[in-house]
Design a binder for this molecule. Structure first.
Ligand code: ADE
Length: 221
């Protein structure tokens, strides 16, 4: 998979995409990340990428030319083109699973009051990572990258498996314990110590249900 980021701040990506599982996925050749500074595609001599809104009002608007020019320079065959904005469809595990099968994903990351509406003609999806406003789409694109890349076959090893993740089962995950058996008076539940796998599975399922009912009843509906 190739992931392309149209951004004014390519440096923001250096640490995250080269570290831990995302970095390892790249080293393994499963995924590659490409940042494109669309200021380089402004098409004007002052490298201007934003302008005042027609009709007046506060804030600047991202001009269409830099984004159209940068997109055309990519010459991709049928990519998913994702515009990050708070008005988009809420990102969730199901969308992460769907995106994990794509060959090319392009994230368009704005940093202004808004995008010129014509930019929307380039995109296949408008996505929000939550009901709050970020200063730009970069962190949202990295959050989505993290959720997507870990689902690509070969990225996680057996110990890191995602089969039982919260959300992929439709429920939140059950509690986990490791050694020691007792820590500061807090004991590991007996059922996990007796080696009866059927009982352990039942306990885990019950705990998952309980947690989901308490914390995220909306998931059970
Ligand atoms: N850009 C600004 N806020 C955002 C959000 N919540 N999700 C995605 N992109 C954004």
């Amino acid at each position: 998979m190739n992931i392309h980021y149209l951004t004014l701040f390519p440096k923001m990506y250096d640490g995250i995409l080269n570290t831990s599982i995302l970095g390892r996925a790249k080293e393994k050749g499963i995924v590659d990340y490409h940042t494109i500074n669309f200021r380089d595609f402004s098409g004007n001599k002052h490298n201007k990428v934003d302008d005042y809104p027609y009709g007046g009002g506060a804030g600047m608007v991202l001009k269409p030319e830099p984004v159209f020019n940068a997109m055309e320079s990519l010459e991709l065959d049928d990519p998913r083109v994702i515009l990050l904005c708070p008005q988009g469809r809420p990102f969730d595990q199901k969308m992460a699973e769907e995106l994990s099968t794509e060959n090319d994903i392009v994230f368009i990351c704005g940093h202004y009051e808004g995008y010129d509406e014509r930019i929307r003609s380039l995109v296949t999806d408008e996505v929000s990572i939550g009901d709050y406003v970020l200063t730009g789409g970069e962190l949202a694109s990295m959050t989505m990258t993290d959720a997507v890349v870990r689902l690509i076959p070969g990225v996680l090893n057996r110990e890191e498996s995602h089969q039982e993740d919260s959300f992929s089962t439709g429920l939140l995950e059950h509690p986990h314990y490791t050694r020691p058996r007792e820590y500061r008076g807090m004991k590991v539940p007996e059922v996990l110590l007796n080696g009866n796998h059927k009982l352990i599975e039942e306990w885990r399922h019950e705990e998952s249900l309980k947690r989901t009912r308490e914390r995220r009843p909306d998931l059970l509906e």
